[in-house]
Design a protein around this ligand. Structure first.
Ligand SMILES: *Cc1c(COP(=O)(O)O)cnc(C)c1O
Length: 491
């Protein structure tokens, strides 16, 4: 299987090369030449473990890795560091299934891919005889940063540098990152939002003079954001697994369609669901849920992507994004692999802050259904779900649930539905505690304890003791100064 750029350059890579490079030279994202079919029949998937499905899915895409190499990656990633024995529990609450993707070390779904990416990366470095140190640059809206730090800490021959929006993440998220230990970790707050961080990082990737400068230091840049294909492909596995679990529970029969709801920011997680569908998982609608930064809702409903709008800081900060990177991959697939067309759309986005896709791509978008939830609706959904079913959702998952309710009300569609549950409620304890009727304090850690006392839901191990841990990273940068920070970090 070869990988090519969404922006049409002829150059192809194998998976290992694409994982190391992170982003294509022409600024596009790597996509597989074709999406493989599931390597097993639907009737044979019922008894499979998470590790078996992850292996089969990743193996279908990353054909240049040997079976032994991938087995080692999968076994190293999906082990006891997950607090759920089956890695991804599926919990029914009310009339819907929650696919709990947050039982890894950092209590968000980013662990699903970022616990395996370091293995895929170091294996790739060996395979490709890469002799440079790999410097992972990461822009984060709150959860990717910590998951990437946790994954790459003290991995030999790597450095990890994270940029997060100052005042744009929750207290727990910030403390998780600023207390990170490890010799090769660097964390910076920037005066700006996630889009500024992501744009700044992409600019560094595309700076060939800087790449040369780093090469002289024996370094090479890569990415741990979902622009890296090594992030996206492992995420496909849990949607395949979700279908196996529903079969096992007897909730569906073989071949029955399911709907999947994904609270969306950078469009990575929902794109993984689209890949699962393309591989042969029977999916009806892919339901895209946004918060007030509803650029994707508008896009899916009109075919016009327009970032000329206000940016909101919400209580689902990991979705406070206006420039959704991975949408570029979907557009590429919907255009019939027309790289020139995608390059033109992305140029329009850069120059005019908007683009409109053609009619055939608009037609392709009808596989998706999109809506959004504002903060009041999100909080109300958390309260309602807890009162009626005793189930605790985080703010992002609640955005998904509210949009699911809208979808049901509007369409009457009764298809069995899975909501991607993307984070532990404790990461956003202030909002969640208030939503279930608790009096909240200024200090988020007090709210974590109150939430636990009230609900009895276990606090993830990774969040315990954060409050008293030493803060090791304090620097705040202007958004123009990212390159200088990288230079300094590598000295
Ligand atoms: C990253 C994140 C999202 C958004 O995922 P995308 O892949 O960027 O669409 C949603 N919820 C949580 C908790 C996240 O950390």
């Amino acid at each position: 299987m070869k990988y090519r750029s969404t922006r049409g350059s002829k150059d192809t890579k194998n998976a290992a090369q694409a994982v190391i490079q992170g982003i294509a030279q022409d600024k596009g994202l790597f996509v597989p030449e074709s999406i493989p079919q599931l390597p097993f029949a639907l009737e044979d998937m019922k008894e499979k473990t998470y590790q078996e499905i992850a292996f089969d899915v990743i193996r279908s895409f990353f054909t240049d890795y040997t079976e032994a190499e991938l087995q080692e990656c999968v076994n190293g990633a999906y082990d006891k560091k997950f607090e759920a024995a089956d890695i991804v529990p599926m919990v029914k609450a009310g009339d819907v299934y929650f696919l709990e993707l947050y039982h890894g070390k950092t209590a968000a779904f980013k662990d699903m891919a970022l616990s395996i990416l370091p293995y895929l990366m170091t294996t790739a470095m060996k395979k490709e005889k890469e002799d440079k140190k790999i410097v992972i640059l990461t822009a984060t809206s709150g959860d990717t940063g910590k998951a990437a730090l946790e994954g790459f800490t003290d991995v030999p021959n790597t450095e990890i540098i994270v940029f997060y929006p100052n005042e744009g993440v929750s207290q727990v998220q910030e403390r998780q990152m600023t207390t990170q230990e490890g010799e090769n970790t660097h964390v910076f707050a920037i005066r700006g939002n996630f889009d500024d961080a992501q744009t700044g990082v992409k600019k560094i990737f595309n700076d060939s003079d800087f790449a040369e400068e780093l090469a002289k230091l024996g370094c090479k840049l890569s990415s741990a954001n979902s622009i890296n294909i090594g992030r996206l492909i492992p995420q496909v596995a849990y949607y395949v697994y979700a279908y196996a679990k529903l079969l096992e529970k007897g909730a569906i029969g073989i071949g029955d369609k399911i709907n999947i709801v994904v609270p969306t920011g950078n469009f990575g997680n929902i794109l993984a669901a689209y890949y699962a569908k393309e591989m042969g998982i029977p999916v009806g609608k892919l339901i895209c849920a946004s918060n007030e930064n509803k650029v994707l809702t508008d896009f899916i409903n009109t075919g016009i992507y327009d970032v000329k709008r206000d940016f909101y800081l919400t209580n689902s900060p990991s979705m406070d994004i206006l420039i959704s990177s991975n949408l570029e991959r979907l557009l590429y697939h919907l255009s019939g692999d027309n790289g020139a067309e995608i390059a033109a759309l992305m140029e329009s986005l850069e120059k005019n802050k908007q683009y409109e896709v053609n009619d055939s791509m608009k037609k392709g978008l009808s596989e998706f259904w999109a809506c959004y939830a504002n903060m009041d609706e999100t909080n109300a959904a958390i309260g309602r779900m807890y009162r009626e079913n005793g189930y605790l959702m985080d703010t992002h998952t609640a955005v998904g649930y509210k949009v699911y309710e809208d979808y049901r009300n509007e369409t009457g569609d009764q298809t069995v539905t899975v909501i991607a549950s993307t984070a532990s409620a404790y990461k956003f304890a202030d909002s969640v505690a208030a939503s279930i009727g608790l009096d909240i304090e200024q200090d988020g850690f007090v709210n974590v304890r109150a939430l636990h006392e009230k609900t009895g839901v276990k606090i993830p191990a990774g969040l315990k003791g954060l409050e008293t841990k030493k803060i090791r990273h304090k620097e705040v940068l202007d958004k123009e100064d990212l390159k200088a920070a990288v230079r300094d970090a590598l000295k």
